[in-house]
Design a protein around this ligand. Structure first.
Ligand SMILES: CN(C)C(=N)NCCC[C@H](N)C(=O)O
Length: 269
């Protein structure tokens, strides 16, 4: 049975100033050359795809010197018109939070709050049906999970990441619809693996190769699943479950440790 897409509302940031000049995750090697024009072309392809699929895309102006700002998913978590704004772990990204606070205030969000503890937005908070799955271990402080539960008034389920290559939850798990997720078991602690098995016995499990090309850093509208084209195993699994996979080439942004989902902040109003 074909799945049903629901129109989404996304916030994105053009990679005008994208570069890799520092390293805050194992994917970033400042010695490797980057091509900003190619990053822009890959990003524009993604934005145009969302528009073709009938989604609404807003853009936040990039700021010079903020090289990772293209990764909009890290800026906040937005649910029921409430924006829980990031507090970044690394000094290189900390000034991004102000841009998100300004944007949400200027766009009439009724409840905008920056977390007290480190929290990297939808990088570590994934809305899954009536709950939020929340990552910790490398970036978001587990104390920020409690803040999110109190702010949004929904249950927050903590999951611990153990492999530095999968430093944000959205590099290791993707919510396909309210009941279906796909994830990479080896990225999680034994307790978190057990919890995921209990919560999602029918989940799609990713193998090493698909995880390593950031196949889980994907965006689903309930029917279309946009994911890195190199994740061929996951593309087949997602298709078998009745979703429509769409392969993306985000190779330039992968040099900074990000892909499709990282570039996409969902605005849930
Ligand atoms: C899913 N999201 C948003 C991400 N995984 N973000 C990528 C962030 C990359 C950046 N160089 C960093 O290390 O913060």
């Amino acid at each position: 049975m074909p799945r049903t897409a629901t129109p989404r509302h996304y916030l994105m940031v053009r990679p005008t100033f994208f570069d890799v000049e520092y390293s805050i995750n194992p994917w970033m090697d400042p010695k490797k050359p980057t091509d900003t024009d190619l990053a822009i072309a890959q990003w524009e392809w993604l934005r145009d795809l969302y528009l073709e699929l009938g989604h609404r895309v807003e853009q936040l102006e990039p700021r010079p010197g903020l090289l990772d700002m293209v990764f909009a998913a890290n800026g906040a978590t937005v649910l029921n018109g409430q924006a829980f704004v990031a507090r970044f772990r690394h000094p290189q990204r900390q000034p991004e939070a102000g841009a998100y606070l300004d944007w949400f205030r200027a766009h009439s969000y009724h409840d905008v709050r920056q977390s007290r503890w480190v929290n990297e937005g939808e990088g570590d908070y994934l809305v899954a049906g009536g709950r939020i799955l929340a990552g910790t271990g490398f970036r978001t402080d587990s104390r920020a999970h409690g803040e999110a539960a109190e702010f949004f008034g929904v249950p927050v389920t903590g999951l611990t990441l153990v492999d530095p290559h999968y430093y944000h939850l959205d590099t290791a798990l993707c919510v396909l619809d309210a009941d279906t997720v796909m994830y990479y078991p080896r990225a999680f602690s034994p307790d978190s693996r057990r919890l995921l098995e209990e919560l999602y016995p029918d989940a799609i499990r990713a193998g090493d190769l698909d995880a390593a090309v950031f196949g889980l850093n994907a965006v689903s509208d309930g029917r279309h699943v946009v994911l890195p084209q190199a994740a061929t195993g996951l593309i087949a699994q997602v298709r078998e479950r009745g979703f429509e996979p769409i392969g993306a080439d985000m190779s330039e942004l992968l040099k900074a440790g990000g892909s499709v989902k990282c570039c996409t902040l969902e605005l849930r109003t």
